[in-house]
Design a protein around this ligand. Structure first.
Ligand code: GLC
Length: 600
């Protein structure tokens, strides 16, 4: 491997190397209670049990802890002034997980798989990459016809999530466990880009397995995991979503396997805390939403989503909910749990109240007064009504609504972003009424958001001057292509999940049928172009792994809807009661006035 140029060099320990002899860390003092894992069985079809193989002493080689120095030493959380409005919560006590050998075990489908599903499984397995002889992830695409690989031969954190879910639901849990533990090790790398070090909790966007000579004689070789934290990515974008997905996947793994010992491990607890410490640290922010640069998530190119994009907020909310369940309660974590609760409360209020638009809200904005200087302004963000785009005036249905893409001072991004809206449903970031409203809007606007291929990444596309100025004339993101209004079949699994959560599986079934008709014949493209998603994307890869895995995961979720609970969160009414502002006499919180809206 050629050495990285000095300005991009990452200093690293040996934690990227295979080393079977590493010691195991002691378990934490107070393990949290363990809920029972869901059983994959639904609608009579489902999967015959051959699920998790149990590893009594799994992966000892993963257990090197260069970060143990920081474990339990995250000073930030002690500096925050917590109003004490939430007692640190103990997760609900349920039955302990059954021993591994009593758990359901296999997952071959009882129903005969379709030819498309069989092909999808074949391709998904072909995409698996191994490290030191063990499966650790899936490459982004395995396109034999494509000569320019760029970074599609890497394992992307976000892309692996649907692969992981498909494997988990089939009982093949080892690859997911390996992935979680190896990416955790990568988090500990000391990173420097042009002499600047980003926060320690940053998770890479992707990693690659490289074989490097052990010495100068080139006689012996070893494998290393080589991560990309954004320092090689096009545009040098920081993968803010990676750590959030990692937390969400960790919870899903533990819930489905019942192997809660993984989340209790000291290194895993530290990993969660480091990610949260990055997300919860103080800054100049006025809002509880996460402030990020453009392209910090699935849309990883300039698309005008810097600031407080919905996708990041929905994943952030979900990761906070998942962490709250997984963090071991003790003296050291009590402040962190309070901080999580306070943030969850403020974040859900903010999004439910200020990101939601429907016919009434748009009408209200249309009549907004501006330049209000006061605590109780109606138009808090000084939005000029002229900002309401002309497409929206006709597009907004009488029934239903959605969460806008972004909110900043004097700026509302009214585009509909699918991932953010769907994940807001699944994580209960929206009210139940809002969640129903989003699905009803999707149904109503089916020809715009699904049409010939589910699901549009965002609607509508930016055109003409807007495209020129906002994307910087990006030739990959031309109108109705790629991130700018393209259709991404991988989003099908997130749509299916949201539909199941809201008791609308028929909607998901309809979308899956549209995709199933084309995906195999079209060679499982990464994305589709045109307003109605009719053409395979101009620069689309074929055999894109998360297209394949998203399809399989959607089908398996539909057949095993109770498994959706490994990913979803229920409405937490207590969060709506708690509000940090209650203790402060000076700050008046708009929450009380808007309480009916929050609960919806
Ligand atoms: C593109 C997508 C990104 C994905 C990557 C690998 O860059 O925008 O979301 O992770 O390809 O598939």
């Amino acid at each position: 491997m050629p050495p990285a140029p000095p300005h991009l060099r990452l200093s690293r320990g040996r934690e990227g190397l295979c080393d079977p002899a590493l010691p195991k860390m002691p378990p934490p003092a107070t393990p949290p209670p363990r809920p029972t894992p869901p059983v994959p069985r639904v609608g009579g079809v489902a999967y015959l049990a051959a699920r998790p193989e149990h590893h009594p002493h799994p992966h000892p080689r993963n257990l090197r802890y260069p970060r143990s120095a920081v474990a339990g030493n995250l000073p930030f959380f002690d500096r925050v002034l917590f109003p004490g409005s939430f007692p640190p919560e103990t997760p609900p006590v349920e039955d302990p997980a059954p021993p591994a050998d009593e758990r359901p075990a296999s997952a071959s489908p009882v129903r005969e798989e379709t030819e498309t599903e069989r092909e999808a499984w074949r391709l998904l397995r072909r995409a698996v990459v191994s490290y030191c002889g063990e499966p650790v992830g899936t490459v982004a695409a395995e396109d034999p016809e494509c000569t320019e690989m760029l970074n599609y031969d890497q394992v992307f954190i976000r892309d692996f999530v649907p692969s992981a879910l498909a494997f988990l639901m089939r009982g093949e849990t080892e690859i997911v466990r390996n992935f979680l533990l190896h990416t955790l090790q990568l988090q500990s790398w000391e990173k420097t880009v042009d002499c600047y070090s980003p926060g320690q909790g940053l998770m890479p966007a992707s990693f690659k397995i490289r074989t490097v000579p052990l010495d100068e004689n080139n006689e012996a070789f070893e494998e290393i995991l080589d991560p990309d934290f954004g320092e090689s990515a096009i545009g040098r974008v920081a993968p803010v979503d990676s750590g959030l997905w990692w937390i969400i996947l960790l919870r899903a793994y533990c819930k489905i396997t019942g192997d809660y010992s993984l989340q209790e491990r000291v290194d895993v607890q530290t990993g969660i805390k480091l990610i949260l410490s990055l997300c919860l640290s103080d800054g100049f922010d006025m809002f509880p939403t996460l402030l990020v640069t453009d392209g910090s998530c699935m849309i990883d190119r300039r698309m005008g989503i810097h600031g407080h994009p919905l996708e990041i907020q929905a994943l952030f909310y979900s990761a906070l909910r998942c962490s709250r369940e997984m963090i071991v309660m003790n003296e050291g974590s009590k402040h962190l749990l309070r901080a999580i609760n306070n943030r969850l409360s403020a974040l859900s209020f903010h999004i439910r109240e200020y990101y939601w638009v429907d016919m009434n809200k748009i009408n209200e904005i249309y009549r907004y007064k501006t330049e209000e200087y006061s605590h109780d302004a109606t138009n808090k963000f000084n939005i000029y009504p002229e900002q309401i785009p002309s497409w929206l005036v006709d597009w907004i249905p009488e029934k239903g609504g959605y969460l806008i893409g972004n909110l900043q001072p004097a700026h509302m991004d009214f585009r509909f972003f699918s991932l953010g809206n769907l994940w807001a449903i699944s994580s209960s970031l929206t009210t139940p009424t809002q969640a129903e409203g989003i699905l009803s809007l999707i149904e109503e606007k089916w020809d715009d958001l699904v049409a010939n291929m589910p699901v549009k990444i965002c609607y509508p596309a930016m055109e003409y001057d807007e495209w020129r100025i906002i994307t910087g004339s990006d030739p990959k993101n031309t109108p109705w292509s790629y991130h700018n209004g393209g259709s991404w079949p991988t989003l099908l699994w997130q749509f299916t999940l949201a539909c199941i959560k809201m008791g609308r599986p028929e909607l998901a079934r309809r979308a899956i049928a549209v995709a199933e008709e084309k995906l195999s014949a079209d060679k499982w493209p990464e994305y589709y172009d045109t307003r109605s998603g009719r053409f395979i994307g101009k620069q689309s890869r074929s055999y894109q792994t998360w297209t394949i895995a998203g399809f399989l995961t959607s089908k398996m979720l539909l057949e095993n809807p109770e498994l959706a609970s490994i990913l979803t969160c229920d409405e937490d009414l207590e969060l709506l009661e708690g509000c940090a502002c209650c203790l402060s006499k000076r700050t008046r919180c708009s929450r009380r006035a808007a309480k009916s809206d929050i609960i919806g």
